[in-house]
Design a protein around this ligand. Sequence first.
Ligand SMILES: Cc1cc2nc3c(=O)[nH]c(=O)nc-3n(C[C@H](O)[C@H](O)[C@H](O)COP(=O)(O)OP(=O)(O)OC[C@H]3O[C@@H](n4cnc5c(N)ncnc54)[C@H](O)[C@@H]3O)c2cc1C
Length: 505
Amino acid sequence: MDGKYLSDAAHFPGGHAAGIVVPRAISEIPGIIRRAATVLPIGAQSSLTGGATPMGEIVVSTEKLTRVLDAGPSHIRVEAGVPVTVIQAALAEHGAWFPPTPTFTGALAGGIVATNAAGAATFRHGSVRPWVRALTVVLADGSELEVRRGERRARGRRLEIPTARGTVDVPVPSYRMPDVVKRSAGYHAEPDMDLIDLFVGSEGTLGVITTVTFGARAPIPTTALALVPCGSEEDAMALVAALRRDEAVAAIEHMDRRCLEILRDDGTDRRNGVSFPFGTALALLVQLELEPGTIEAQAFDQIEVALDRPNLDTPLARICRLLHAHGVFDDTEMALPGNTRRAEQLVAVREGVPAGVNQRVGRAQHEIDPRIAKTAADMIVPFERFSEMMAIYRDGFASRGLDFAIWGHISDGNVHPNVLPRAYADVERGKEAILYFGQQVARLGGCPLAEHGVGRNPVKQALLRGLYGDAGIDEMRAVKRALDPGWKLAPGVIFPEATEAAYRA
Ligand SMILES: Cc1cc2nc3c(=O)[nH]c(=O)nc-3n(C[C@H](O)[C@H](O)[C@H](O)COP(=O)(O)OP(=O)(O)OC[C@H]3O[C@@H](n4cnc5c(N)ncnc54)[C@H](O)[C@@H]3O)c2cc1C
């Protein structure tokens, strides 16, 4: 058996499978599901939660379902195994693009729908969910279901779904989902909800997605990037609040002081021609979406005169004046439209942070204790509560004596607090801190599971349970039981099948 299918990007331990099937045609899938005892659908296995790690199921890989079925300036219909890069390339032929792109563009269409993936630009364009217009799903009994947005809605809290067994009545859970832009926290549930939203974010537990129609947008904007060093978190927050109000700003990423140390120690900043001034407390990477066709020379002219001509109302001139007003213009590094090389360097600096942290965790696992693992959270709070939450992350880690780094999508209020473990005890203390953060995030109206999903990760499953309570998890179980009474699809992903007693054992 090919070992490459036995783990995902989370390196979740213990992966094993009853078999691996790689169908070349969608028509093979219903038969595979009918015959199998249990099935785990997978995409690119870039999951950071263990959700794409098999635990004894038949793995159904969608990687060979790679046909683009239809594309135009406002939509694209693809098979589940089409990667995000191919979606963008196919749309580009029609002068269009798919805005909610996750950072990892090798992820497949089915995977990004199953996890309700999100990206840096979610702040401007939302997560994958609102972009899903139609799905074809194979249910646990092998029946195929076509779902188009707007066609089938719940009546209050009851959804009727046609299956091979007749119409199935699915109870919509009664928990209230946090009101934030990113949420990958179990089943979507609200009165009168659209059926399509039940499958988006269901992490393979309710059906195997075989085709997806996404909405798209035209024309493709030109992008520019600005890497902005800030002297304090307070200054950075004031700047971010102002930047969020400008419609040209699509995303703002941030890296804290420890992240910058990691970049320096690894030489990532120098290698990419970046140097942060002495006293930089954190850095922001601002992504702008500009009128298509904006070219570097024209952009350069706008920057040159932006400060002298306060009436010049182009996005670049506005942003430059804003950076100047916040005292950071002189230290800002820009990648102007069309300067792909500079843009790649600035993006490489940002990507050097998770790479550097993961490398350190891997080294500690190898050199100190094999039980050491990535210990990280993926949480979101409403932007107005962000500073408060950052203080809670920092105090929660520091009071437990932990070394840590925090980075992420500050424009959404979504960051990834990560422990840098120096001993196995740090992992245990880190998990305890993350569970505490989950309570605080919920208190502040946020969601402790923002974009990566829940998967098989015990801490993420505990966070979900903390968010919706045992009753909420039982309501999710009732949804699954209605559609998958034999518990065939992705068992153990999002929540365990077991009853409370077995859950605690
Ligand atoms: C470097 C890196 C950066 C990342 N950045 C982001 C980011 O910016 N935003 C973000 O949201 N995530 C990010 N991720 C996480 C990951 O890329 C996403 O969760 C992605 O959506 C998973 O897609 P995939 O095709 O790899 O699915 P997989 O990992 O293979 O599967 C994920 C889950 O979806 C289910 N699934 C997969 N395909 C199907 C299908 N056809 N039908 C039903 N269920 C299915 C699986 O059972 C599993 O539970 C990142 C990961 C890495 C490694």
